[in-house]
Design a protein around this ligand. Structure first.
Ligand SMILES: [Zn+2]
Ligand SMILES: [Zn+2]
Length: 259
């Protein structure tokens, strides 16, 4: 994740007196659109010491560049540019992202919280910034972001005294509302890219409920909860191996428990 200061500097000869509130709300809207297009990961905190300066988190160093603007972001940016020059200053640089031109598959992961996009490239093992993926109908990634927020909320509960049967079921049951929605989103992306998209089943919780696995040559491989067949091992870029059910579009981390 990259942290930027995005500053909107009033253009020479443009009088913004009395328009500050209207302009600030225009800027907020623009930043929100950048999040919906996947160019921003949030942040959007206004600096108190400058008139129109904001901290913005971005998935890649050039994610907020004009060339990556979705049409609705470009439209909004053009309006703002009547008033402002937009300057970007990199404050902190983050981890590398997928730049593969072709991929063997994509995994929708459930454990990222909200600081990264939930899609991981199975060729290189890195996350794929949302704006590099086809946006769903209606523009933007609202549904994905809302799902991610809900998942992060369940994960937050997992480590508290409020953790209960409901939270546990939402995380662990493949057919919970939370997982059903995630699977739907993974499937929808799969229809728009030409590679398989797997939905990662959440593995373990505080109560250490074990998921059914089968011993295959000394490795305990997960049984697909939908079709009941043993999953297949699949190497991911780097040295990671995941398990997948190609027929059902589900994936799992390799065994992490001592048996
Ligand atoms: Zn990649
Ligand atoms: Zn299956």
């Amino acid at each position: 994740m990259y942290v930027f200061e995005m500053e909107f500097i009033p253009r020479e000869g443009v009088d913004i007196d009395g328009e500050e509130r209207m302009l600030a709300s225009k800027i907020s809207w623009f930043l929100l659109l950048c999040r919906h297009s996947g160019q921003s990961l949030g942040g959007e905190i206004r600096r108190g010491d400058k008139p129109f300066a904001y901290f913005v988190y971005a998935p890649e160093v050039d994610a907020l560049a004009e060339k990556n603007d979705a049409p609705y972001v470009a439209r909004d940016r053009a309006q703002l540019k009547e008033y402002f020059d937009i300057s970007l200053t990199l404050l902190d640089s983050g981890s590398e992202k997928c730049v593969c031109s072709s991929r063997v598959g994509i995994e929708m992961r459930t454990e990222h919280g909200q600081s990264e996009a939930p899609f991981v490239c199975l060729s290189c093992g890195r996350t794929i910034p949302l704006y590099r993926l086809p946006a769903f109908e209606g523009g933007g990634f609202d549904d994905t972001l809302k799902w991610q927020e809900a998942f992060a909320a369940m994960l937050a509960l997992e480590n508290t005294v409020m953790y209960d049967e409901f939270t546990s079921d939402q995380l662990l049951r493949y057919d919970s509302k939370l997982n059903e929605e995630g699977r739907k989103l993974a499937k929808r992306l799969g229809q728009q890219v030409d590679v398989p998209v797997y939905y990662r089943l959440y593995e373990i919780d505080e109560t250490f409920k074990q998921q059914p696995r089968k011993n295959v040559d000394g490795i305990y491989i997960r049984i697909c909860p939908v079709c009941g067949k043993t999953m297949e091992r699949m190497p991911v870029g780097g040295d990671e191996v995941i398990e997948v059910c190609k027929a059902c579009g589900l994936s799992s981390a390799e065994e992490i428990l001592e048996w």
